[in-house]
Ligand binder design. Structure first.
Ligand code: 1GP
Length: 244
């Protein structure tokens, strides 16, 4: 049986970098799904992540069904809330917001999600989620009522990542926030990478191929891009398979 996580580990072992295109069901027009996914298929993207901070009930389910018809890439839920869990995806990032101290986002919602997860076959991937200051207040900050870790507090970011790894988390996600003014710095990625063994995901505010490569070169195993592709699909031109 194929496993999304096993494939990520295999890629990390071979130093093959992964790109996830993030689609927020709340901001995405279903009518545009087939042409958007065609561009994803022609790009170096390896995963489709689906999720958002605020999504209406049922929207994720409908979107995943539609996308599945047009791509063979693994579809991974990146949910802002329990209502975004759908059996139609392949895997779920079971995110614990370990940069914050809000019990709901550390463990509370996870307990609530269990009964819903019992009726799915989703591959559940325990993921530490670390929100890092990015210059402006992000939707995640508002929704989760937590403060990000200051960008200059690199030791705390590293220690939070390692604490998550010690707790048995399988992935670590450094998040600047959707549409962040500044992506996570190369310095932060580098420092975390030097100590972390599990695969490292980096996302938030990445708008160009150069920024994508910076994140990869600094040590990100998976980079997530959402807003930049949502606002300007011509960015896909720079990400075509034959261009890399
Ligand atoms: C947000 O990390 C993701 O949760 C992607 O961010 O939308 O800024 O690309 P962008």
């Amino acid at each position: 049986m194929s496993s999304v996580y096993k494939d990520i580990l295999d890629s990390k072992a071979k130093n093959e970098k992964l790109l996830a295109v993030l689609i927020d069901p709340d901001k995405f027009s279903l009518g545009n799904a087939s042409s958007f996914i065609e561009k994803v298929n022609q790009s170096i993207a390896t995963h489709v992540f689906i999720g958002g901070s605020i999504v209406s009930e049922g929207e994720t389910d409908e979107l995943v069904s539609k996308i599945k018809k047009h791509t063979n890439l693994p579809i991974v839920l990146f949910p802002g809330d329990i209502s975004q869990i759908t059996n139609k995806a392949d895997a779920l990032l079971f995110l614990s917001l370990i940069s914050g101290r809000n019990p709901d986002y550390l463990i509370g919602k996870h307990v609530e999600a269990v009964s819903k997860l019992k009726s799915t076959r989703l591959e559940i991937i325990s993921t530490g989620y670390i929100l890092i200051e990015s210059g402006k207040e992000t939707a995640i900050e508002k929704v989760t009522n937590t403060k990000p870790i200051a960008r200059k507090n690199i030791q705390k970011i590293v220690d939070s990542s390692i604490a998550g790894q010690h707790l048995g988390m399988k992935l670590m996600y450094l998040e600047a926030g959707s549409g962040a003014t500044e992506p996570i710095s190369v310095d932060i990625i580098n420092n975390v990478k030097q100590e972390l063994n599990i695969p490292l995901i980096v996302g938030g505010g990445i708008r160009s191929k150069a920024e994508l490569e910076n994140a990869f070169n600094a040590g990100a195993d998976i980079v997530v891009i959402g807003t930049a592709l949502e606002l300007d699909e011509s960015f896909f031109d720079a990400l075509k398979k034959d261009k890399i």
